[in-house]
Design a protein around this ligand. Structure first.
Ligand SMILES: CC(C)(COP(=O)(O)OP(=O)(O)OC[C@H]1O[C@@H](n2cnc3c(N)ncnc32)[C@H](O)[C@@H]1OP(=O)(O)O)[C@@H](O)C(=O)NCCC(=O)NCCS
Length: 158
């Protein structure tokens, strides 16, 4: 394995990268539908919209030229919200999600951001494990936020 991490802005994001991202998103959401029917994957236009209209940070993890994971935060003033983090299935449980997220949060800090917030279904055990391992704490619970689960709102100081 030969892993690289990059922070991307729309100007250096090629169409192929974005297509890989959308495909990863679709795979995750297909899997997730069984567990959480209230989440939908984003398409190409959704990503373009977000990256052009909102101040955001997109971090890609590549194994050579192939995208194997990414995360995306939107920045509002001193705070950010983690909208997406996905590692391709066959690369999970190897410590890569942790490396990706720590790199991403470190970059946000360099950009002057102070806090990261996120929302996760209370039955998404792998994601909650990852977030807790790197220091996110549950702020509050949104009961029945998703069709079959609650949402945990978590926060971490950068
Ligand atoms: C959540 C996700 C990004 C984690 O990525 P990952 O690369 O598998 O995570 P890591 O291997 O870096 O694991 C980080 C920590 O969480 C723990 N963990 C991860 N998955 C776990 C699982 N299924 N069971 C138990 N612990 C788990 C690991 O043990 C590790 O702890 P450690 O550092 O003490 O060993 C990945 O599972 C994924 O892409 N899920 C689908 C998308 C998703 O649910 N995104 C979050 C939406 S809010």
């Amino acid at each position: 394995m030969c892993i690289f991490l990059y922070n991307y802005f729309l100007c250096n994001l090629c169409r192929k990268d974005l297509e890989d991202i959308v495909e990863l998103d679709r795979d995750f959401e297909n899997f997730d539908v069984e567990h959480n029917r209230n989440q939908f994957c984003w398409d190409y236009q959704d990503y373009i919209f977000l990256l052009t209209k909102r101040k955001s940070l997109l971090t890609l993890m590549k194994n050579r030229q192939k995208i194997i994971g990414f995360c995306l935060s939107v920045i509002v003033g001193f705070e950010s919200e983690l909208y997406k983090i996905i590692i391709q299935k066959e690369y999970r449980n190897k410590g890569l999600g942790k490396i990706l997220l720590l790199f991403h949060l470190g970059s946000l800090k360099i950009m002057g951001v102070g806090f990261s917030f996120l929302e996760v279904s209370h039955i998404n055990f792998p994601a909650i494990c990852l977030y807790k391992k790197i220091g996110y704490k549950v702020e509050y619970v949104r009961k029945k936020y998703y069709i079959n689960s609650d949402a945990l709102v978590m926060k971490r100081e950068l």
